[in-house]
Design a protein around this ligand. Structure first.
Ligand SMILES: Cc1ncc(COP(=O)(O)O)c(C=O)c1O
Length: 398
């Protein structure tokens, strides 16, 4: 059977591939430490589980409005007003999606088509570019330079934007680099966006995971005009350790939200009904647990950065948000290991997996082959042991 030509444009997701490989090794009894998964290692807080469980037993098991139950949409708008300082209409300006991933898929499909251009900084998370390619739009990558902490400047964006640019994507705090755009940087970027025909998709899913006193600013909060040019993507996966619940949301102009609602109605329909009640509890309940989680992430961030910096051939920019580090590993290229000379990030990833029993995701999938991504959403013990193993493996290279 010949598959559609559309599928030829769509590669498998690289972050899952490395995790699967690590799982296969584990099944054979190899003790692999995974730094590959993009999810918190904490469990969903009990009050959220209890609310979903109660809803399930009270019969909340039927279809809801495609865009989500009204009370969840109201709580999202309240939370967004409190946390991002932007006011949205729960009836017309928000849609609850099957994870942030569906928000990417649906917003890009509602806005882009052949002849359009979409500007995406690189390195960045793995989902935007393949989905943009699927719409037929042309992807224009803007280099987010390591020396600028992996942030593209307003000037970089300006140079990439043309009259055909329909959308610009940003992700702050960023997966995989951990960079965080400041208010001043977003103000400059707003001027560029307002001067163009483009909308902006602002992926703010790591907005609550910040270190060193960094502030999360939503570009939609810069001005009322910017609010009308912004789609905010956010969700429950990272902040509340709810990756398996599959629940995210998009906020934006009513005509785009309506189109996303229509597209979702023709594909998945609503997010699982009783899960939506867990979402309400998450937003309304205490967020005290986050202080403890962030303290732990912060300790791990410092340990992993210190450890990676101690290994010859590896260097790291200190991340400011999310739970990833993106070390430069091209200092290992040209060195010979048991399976041959390391030539790219995939070779380094496989070398770490086979010879240090550590799984990380090669930077090639994020747009830069000179790097590799480690998630530090794992215990400090694992981090220290992983660094030890990688250090010993690297010292064997000739
Ligand atoms: C930057 C970014 N945006 C969005 C998502 C989507 O998450 P989910 O679909 O679990 O809500 C992820 C998940 O890894 C991510 O890293």
């Amino acid at each position: 059977m010949k598959l559609s030509s559309r599928m030829e444009k769509l590669p498998p997701i690289p972050t899952l591939a490395m995790n699967t490989k690590a799982g296969e090794l584990r099944a054979k009894g190899v003790d692999v430490i995974s730094f590959a998964a993009g999810e918190p290692d904490f469990d969903t807080p009990d009050h959220i589980k209890e609310a979903a469980s109660k809803a399930l037993f009270e019969g909340e098991t039927k279809y809801t409005a495609v865009k989500g139950i009204p009370s969840l949409r109201e709580e999202i708008c309240n939370w967004v007003l409190d946390n991002k300082g932007v006011s949205y209409d729960p009836e017309k300006e928000v849609v609850v999606t099957v994870g942030g991933k569906q928000s990417v898929f649906n917003s890009l499909h509602c806005l882009l088509e052949e002849g359009d251009e979409v500007v995406i900084p690189s390195p960045i998370w793995v989902a935007y570019e393949p989905v943009a390619n699927l719409t037929g739009a042309k992807v224009v990558l803007v280099e987010a330079k390591e020396e600028n902490a992996f942030k593209a400047t307003a000037d970089d964006f300006k140079k990439a934007i043309t009259s055909k640019t329909k959308l610009v994507v940003i992700n702050s705090p960023c997966n995989p680099t951990g960079c965080v755009y400041t208010r001043a940087e977003l103000e400059k970027l707003s001027e560029v966006i307002l001067d163009s025909n483009a909308m902006i998709l602002s992926d703010e899913i790591y907005g609550k995971i910040l270190y060193d006193g960094e502030e999360h600013v939503s570009i939609a909060s810069i001005s009322e005009e910017m609010k009308h040019k912004t789609l905010i993507l956010d969700g429950f996966s990272k902040t509340y350790a709810m990756t398996g619940w599959r629940m995210g949301y998009t906020l934006g102009p009513p005509e785009i939200i309506k189109a996303m609602d229509t597209l979702q109605g023709q594909s998945t329909s609503n997010v699982t009904t009783f899960a939506q009640y867990g979402g309400i509890a998450a937003l309304k309940g205490s967020h005290d647990f986050l202080n403890d989680w962030i303290e732990k992430y912060d300790e791990r961030r410092k340990k992993i950065v210190e450890g990676l910096r101690s290994i010859d051939g590896i260097d790291v920019v200190m991340p400011k948000g999310a739970f990833y580090v993106f070390p430069r590993i091209n200092g290992l290229f040209g060195l010979e290991g048991p399976d041959g000379v390391l030539q790219n990030s995939v070779d380094v990833g496989l070398f770490f997996l086979e010879h240090a029993r550590c799984a990380a995701v090669p930077g090639a999938g994020f747009g830069d082959d000179n790097f590799i991504r480690f998630s530090y959403a794992t215990s400090t013990e694992n981090i220290l042991e992983g660094i030890d193993r990688i250090g010993s493996a690297v010292s064997m290279l000739k």
